[in-house]
Design a protein around this ligand. Structure first.
Ligand code: UDP
Length: 317
């Protein structure tokens, strides 16, 4: 396995002992050389800007990075002869749901730029299949959460904007208060409902997708969620039980682009790829996240001396 990352958001320590190439997905020369050197047939594309709120404030950045760089990446891969492509997509492609749970048949009308950019890549994939024969699976994640059960890999974003890490950082005293973005939504307690899926279950789905493509499965889109919606207040309540102390909160304004409810039907990936989530209760998800945050309050920064000697600069070699 080879990881290519520009480390603008990712962390070298999180790559562990996989082969690592430092660089940008839009550097077509680098991508081409990497594909050739390692004889790459299959790619999992995870690189993107992924913040709903930011995408509504800086749409150009999202179109340039997610769509522009994504297009350059796809072009280099297809021309390099890559056969299989697994794409990290999002529930945000659906927009405001017409029915819950959301199936893959649901209309795609994103209410934020982030979702729109992911949908554009899905559309490109259909053309790349048509023209180059690239086969692909797009995994539409609901809310990725939790941490690796080993406690060694977890979320470390700068700035952090996601609910569960923010709740736990507030529990650790690193933040004074957790803001609830709106409590006047048409939901039982007025706060948004989301479907939280553990990262380990998410990663298992990528492996299944790669295996399915290699075994001849057709291109497909699959939702990835647990099928249960938890409100912001429920997340806070379960987090308080896990950490054993109260977490200060205040109600703030709604965040632009946030649908009230996003809950997945993952029936299709269960039926077709035999995906079985193992960490599907909120308490387990938060417990694994808490183990990471408590043991690594500064994220990856102090975990290990970061050693870049394994990084390849393929250009010029
Ligand atoms: N949220 C919140 N306060 C925060 C961060 C998030 O109330 O400080 C809410 C947000 O409005 C959404 C839910 O928590 O309804 C999950 O947000 P997150 O950013 O974690 O994931 P997203 O749904 O954007 O993928």
């Amino acid at each position: 396995m080879v990881v290519l990352d520009n480390l603008q958001k990712g962390h070298r320590a999180a790559v562990a002992d996989a082969e690592f190439v430092l660089g940008d997905i839009a550097d077509q020369d680098l991508v081409n050389k990497t594909v050739t050197r390692y004889g790459i047939e299959a790619v999992v594309h995870l690189a993107a800007d992924s913040l709903v709120g930011e995408s509504m404030q800086q749409p150009g950045k999202y179109f340039r990075h997610n769509v522009g760089k994504g297009a350059a990446f796809l072009e280099a891969l297809a021309e390099g002869g890559v056969k299989y492509f697994v794409f990290s997509s999002t529930a945000a492609v659906y927009g405001e749901p017409r029915e819950i749970p959301i199936t893959e048949e649901h209309p795609t009308r994103p209410t934020n730029v982030y979702g729109a950019t992911k949908l554009m890549i899905e559309e490109m994939l259909r053309w790349y299949e048509h023209i180059y024969g690239l086969r692909w699976i797009s995994l539409r994640y609901f809310n990725a959460a939790g941490a690796d059960p080993s406690g060694l890999i977890g979320e470390d974003h700068h700035p952090e904007t996601h609910l569960i890490p923010l709740v736990l950082q507030t529990a650790l005293g690193k933040r004074p208060v957790l803001q609830i973005y709106g409590d006047d939504y048409p939901t039982p307690d007025g706060t948004c409902l989301r479907d939280y899926i553990h990262v380990t279950d998410l990663s298992t789905a990528h492996v299944l997708a790669l295996e399915a493509l290699a075994a001849g499965s057709p291109s497909a889109v699959y939702n990835l969620g647990n099928g249960n919606g938890f409100s912001v207040r429920e997340v806070i309540r379960v987090a308080e039980q896990v950490v054993g102390r109260p977490i200060p909160v205040e109600v703030a304004a709604r965040r632009a682009g946030d649908p009230a409810v996003l809950v997945a039907s993952s029936a299709r990936i269960k039926a077709e790829l035999n995906w079985r989530p193992r960490y599907n209760d909120l308490e387990t998800i938060i417990r694994t996240a808490w183990a990471w945050h408590r043991q690594h309050p500064d994220g990856f920064a102090r975990i290990m001396n970061i050693d870049y000697s394994g990084a390849r600069t393929i250009n010029g070699q």
